[in-house]
Design a protein around this ligand. Structure first.
Ligand SMILES: C[S@@+](CC[C@H](N)C(=O)[O-])C[C@H]1O[C@@H](n2cnc3c(N)ncnc32)[C@H](O)[C@@H]1O
Length: 260
């Protein structure tokens, strides 16, 4: 289906990212980016410097990579978040490239040594074929022998700690009420957030597909990746009981030898 015919998803409403920026990207999350990128580089040891940060948001990890000399292309669908990335990366060298695009439409054949998709930026689409399409595009954008790292909340980890309701105080004095619902067959999680400030309530709805380790592993193989390894965090600990993250590391096979 072409981009023009798609039913708009919740993630295409920029008010969501603008309003919830302080909740998704507080200072602690920015600070964590340095350690996340250090772990990731240790885990992957990329063979070159070209990195695609797919769904880069405001560029937390793109910028941490650029500071280490990597040539980063950050792709994101949110004009607001990409404007933040542009603003925050002024003067940074090597200069990251920022691309406003839906991940379903981005592909640069055989260009990158490493493609990353971090902090649960995968599985937003209602149509599961779109997830496969994105993985295929990622795979095609990676050079032979290159690597892909995908980090999300795994189905098993979410099942271990699932709570349908939680309430927290926000630093600005507001209250955040989170309601969560597992959709039939444990295929997706639907979230309803309410932010209450001075008696005024703002509602936000979002949902995404839940992948078990096995489901993600098989989808990556289907997309043409090889040597899929599942980890419980970016340091590479094995994916198992008690893991709050599901991190998949997968390779694009080396080119078969020159036929001549
Ligand atoms: C939770 S944020 C994570 C941002 C970043 N990966 C990080 O680690 O800070 C999810 C990001 O996915 C982006 N996103 C959602 N749907 C997208 C799509 N279809 N194409 C490109 N980016 C998308 C959002 O705009 C947002 O920046």
């Amino acid at each position: 289906m072409g981009a023009a015919k798609r039913k708009p998803g919740w993630f295409e409403d920029d008010r969501f990212w603008t309003d919830l920026y302080p909740s998704f990207f507080p200072p602690a999350r920015w600070e964590a980016a340095e350690a996340e990128v250090e772990s990731l580089l240790e885990l992957v040891r990329p063979t070159g410097t070209r990195v695609l940060d797919l769904a880069c948001g405001p560029g937390r990890c793109s910028m941490a990579l650029a500071r280490r000399g990597y040539q980063v292309t950050g792709v994101d669908r949110s004009p607001f978040l990409l404007a933040r990335a542009r603003e925050l990366s002024k003067g940074l060298r090597p200069k990251p490239e920022w691309v406003l695009k839906d991940m379903r439409d981005f592909e640069r054949p055989t260009t990158f040594d490493l493609v990353i998709n971090l902090f649960t930026s995968f599985g937003y689409f209602e149509n599961p074929d779109d997830d496969l399409k994105v993985l295929r595009r990622m795979r095609n954008s990676i050079k032979p022998g290159g690597t892909m790292v995908l980090d999300m909340g795994g189905k098993e980890g979410i099942a271990e700690i699932f709570q349908p309701l939680s309430v927290e105080d926000l630093p600005d004095g507001g209250l955040l009420v989170q309601r969560r619902k597992i959709l039939p067959d444990w295929c997706r999680i639907r979230n309803h957030w309410q932010i209450i400030r001075a008696g005024h309530v703002q509602d936000y709805h979002f949902e995404h597909t839940l992948y078990s380790g096995r489901e993600l592993h098989d989808l990556l193989l289907q997309a043409g990746f090889a040597a899929v390894q599942l980890c419980g965090d970016l340091s590479g600990k094995p994916y198992g009981v008690g893991c709050r993250r599901l991190v998949a590391v997968a390779k694009v096979p080396e080119a078969i030898g020159d036929p001549s």
